[in-house]
Design a protein around this ligand. Structure first.
Ligand code: FES
Length: 69
């Protein structure tokens, strides 16, 4: 799904940018240009960043729990 209409950037591209190390919207802008235009997509970009980071944190916690058991 296209999230950033100005630059034609999909949710998949934004999620990949976060998985590759983007921590905030400025990092995402540098990585894939989502949000570098009118700014209308920024709330959606930030939601995707939060969701990806939460998913990564849950995965890390699961690995730690498995390692401790
Ligand atoms: S829709 Fe993303 S910057 Fe305009």
């Amino acid at each position: 799904m296209i999230i950033c209409q100005c630059n034609g950037i999909s949710d998949r591209a934004i999620r990949k940018a976060v998985r590759d190390g983007a921590n905030d919207r400025n990092d995402v802008i540098r990585a894939c240009a989502a949000g570098m235009g009118c700014g209308g997509c920024v709330p959606a970009v930030e939601q995707i960043i939060d969701a990806e980071r939460e998913k990564a944190a849950r995965s890390s916690l699961l690995v730690l729990e498995l390692a401790a058991s």
